[in-house]
Unconditional design. Sequence first.
Length: 135
Amino acid sequence: MPLPTVILPGYFASASEYRDLEQSLQQLGIAATTVPIRQQDWFPTLGGRSVVPILRKIDQAVKQQLEKHNTSQINLIGHSAGGWIARIYLGEKPYTIHGDVSDDSVGLWNAHSYISTLVTLGTPHMSQERWTKRN
């Protein structure tokens, strides 16, 4: 049986825009869900501000799927900026660039053990954003 899959929307996109992808994966027998992000959830990240609010939503969605499907790993699909945010989530270096976490271990999500495969679609891996270069 294929691993469950969590879809991470691109920048300023909402989960509803990924329903077709989610349903297509489900028709193939893959338990798929999209991180429940609304367009307004991106507002606090505008202007190069911290993506910690999005990382928290990813972490919550991933852990819910791990528990729901009684599995130790899932697959993650990140679209556009969702791909580099997923890299921060999987990264081995703490995401503390904006000073919104005071302890390095808090900014380290340790998610690499939960994720079997990360697929990125249209992700700007060569982004000039400084936090993408660390992971």
